[in-house]
Ligand binder design. Structure first.
Ligand code: DQA
Length: 146
């Protein structure tokens, strides 16, 4: 089975970007940890990062029929991109929404316009949240039905 990890705007700057909020782990390091975990779980994994809404949407469309599950941190698009929400609901692939920081402990504009169509949301566990998400999505019954 094959999984896709998508990171949205500004997440390429992880490590140096507001480290008191997002930690000091870089996106490369997160991806390396996920590669190791994927190997242990016996699954394949792919990565994509973009600062552009359209590129994220194109990547989501391309996942249709070839990817079994998506882990996505849409960055600030989480809060207002109905276009990314629509892309995710168009492809029929289960996804988990991940945030390094705890959205619920931050400004009130940091709501999610897509968490309700996700399997679930992992928020506030820093870089480890991605590993939690990969374990969760790779479980046989992770599509939320049981
Ligand atoms: C974030 C939270 C968002 O509010 C913010 O805009 C980000 C990162 C997180 O991982 O905590 O870019 O998604």
């Amino acid at each position: 089975r094959k999984y896709l990890v998508i990171n949205g705007p500004n997440l390429n700057l992880l490590g140096t970007r507001e480290p008191e909020i997002y930690g000091t782990v870089t996106l490369d390091e997160i991806e390396n940890r996920l590669k190791k975990l994927a190997k242990d779980l016996g699954i394949s994994i792919e990565f994509f990062q973009s600062n552009h809404e359209g590129s994220l949407i194109d990547c989501i469309h391309e996942a249709k029929d070839v990817i079994d599950g998506i882990i996505i941190n849409p960055g600030a698009f989480t809060h207002y991109s109905y276009a990314i929400r629509d892309a995710l609901s168009s492809i029929n692939i289960p996804f988990i929404e991940v945030h390094l920081s705890n959205l619920h402990a931050r400004e009130s504009f940091r709501i999610s316009v897509m968490a309700d169509i996700a399997i679930g949301q992992i928020t506030g566990f820093g870089a480890f949240g991605y590993e939690m998400a990969l374990q969760a999505i790779a479980l046989p019954h992770s599509s939320g039905g049981e």
